[in-house]
Design a protein around this ligand. Sequence first.
Ligand code: UD1
Ligand code: CA
Length: 452
Amino acid sequence: METIILAAGKGTRMKSKLPKVLHKVGGKPMLQHVIDAAKSAGSKREVVIIGSGAELVKQTFPDAEFVMQEEQLGTGHAVLCAKEKFKDSTGNVMILCGDTPLFTGELLKNLSNAHEKFNAAATVLTAIMPDPKGYGRIIRADNVDFEKIVEDKDATPEQKKIREVNTGIYCFDVKRLFAALEKVTNDNSQGEYYLPDVLAILRADGGRICAVVAEDYKQTLGINSRIQLAEADKILHQRKNAELMLSGVTIIDPATTYIDFEVEVGQDTIIYPNTYLEGKTKIGEDCVIGPNVRFTDMTVGNNVTAQFAYCHEAEIADGVTFGPYVHIRPNTKISGKVKIGNFVEIKNSNIGEGTKLPHLQYIGDCDMGAGCNVGCGAITVNYDGKKKFRTKVGDNVFVGCNSNLVAPVTVEDDAYIAAGSTITQDVPKNNLAIGRARQVNKSSWNDRRIKD
Ligand code: UD1
Ligand code: CA
C-alpha cells in the first residue's frame, strides 16, 4: 500500500500566514498526524502534494517525498500531479487529506481491508455528521448503492440535507485512478477538478465503488477554520487523557489537562488541573504533577513532585521536589532527591544528588555537586555583558544567603561561603570564604542625628 496526501491548498479559511497543514493539533503538525497514521496502517510510501507554503512544509518534513502542484486547481488535479511518481505502481493507493488529522491507523487499515475484500475500483470512507455543512454529500441510488459525491457548493437544498459526507479518505486501484483522473472536468461552481468525481467516472465504467461508513465521525473531521482547529485539539486531548487514565494515571480534571500526543506518563502518577505536558515529555511513575505545571520536552523520573512550574528541555531524576514558582530552562540536569523550592530559576546547569535550592536562587551555567545547601537569594553571576562563564561548586558546599558567585569561579568540596559574600576568587576545599565589607557600628549615632 502506498499513500498520497493532499496538502497543497491555501487553507484560505484559516486566515493564516502558516500553511494549514503545519498548524498543530495535540502538539503535532496536522500533516505529521496524517503521515504517522498512514505508516501505522502499513503504508510503505507517502507522497505529499504541496503548493502553498511549500518551502516551509519541506523544511518541517525533511524526510518526506513531495510533489509540487504549482497552481491549486482542485483535489483531482492535485492527485494527477503525482502521476509520474506512480507510473510503476500497481495495486492500491490510499488518498488522505493533510487537513484531516484525527483518524487512527486502525481506521485506515479497516478501510483498505474492505477495499481489498470487495475487490473495489475505489472505496471511500464516509461519515454521518451532526453538521454536514462544508462537506461533499454522498448520493446513494435508492439510498443503497453509492452513486456520486456532490460538493456542498454544488448541492441542491434537498442534497444539503444529507448528513452522510465524504471524509476525503479513499482507497483506489492505482492504475484505474490515474486513468479516470484524465476524464475529470472542472465544470462546477468552483471551476475546480474534483477528486470525488473520479468515483462516479469509475462507476460509469463498471467499476465497483464501496462507501464505508466510519463508526466514529469524530475521527474524520476536517479542519478548515480555527474553530475546527480548536475542536480537533480538544478531541485529541480527550483521547490522550482517556488513554492515560486507562493505563493507570490519575487525572484530577481532564477538562483542564492538556497532554500532547507523544507524551508518556507512568503508572500511579497523579496530574492536577491546569497542567500542560507538551512535545516529547516523558514522566515516570508515582509523580505528583500540578496544579499549574507546564512541561515541554522534559524527561522526568519517578516520585517527582512539581507544582506551579514551567520546565523545558531538561532532565529531572527520581525523587526531586520543586515549586511553587520554578523555571527550569534548557540543558539542565537535576539529580535525584534534589529539593527546589520557591522562586528558583535554573538554566544550563547540573545539580548533584540531594542538593537543596530552597528559595529565590538563580543558577545559570553551573556545575554543582551533591549535598550542597544554597541559602536564600544566592545566585551565580554568569554574564559579564559580553560572555557567559561557568561556576563550579563541589560536593557538600554551604553557600550562605544572598551570596554572589562571580563566574568563572570554583568552590571546592566542603567549603563554606559566608552570607552576603561576593565570591570572585576560587575557594579551596574545607575553607570558609568571606567576601564582604566588615561591619562598623557607630555608637550613639541616632542621638547625634536628632540633635543636628
Ligand atoms: C474536500 C472534498 C469533500 C470532502 C472534504 C472532507 C473535494 C473537491 N472535496 O472538500 O468532498 O467532504 O474534503 O474534508 O475534494 N488540496 C490540494 N490541491 C488543491 C486543492 C486542495 O492539495 O488544488 C488539498 C488541501 O490542501 C486539503 C485537501 O486537498 O488538504 C482538501 O481540500 P479542501 O479545499 O480543504 O477541500 P474541502 O472543501 O474540505
Ligand atoms: Ca478540507
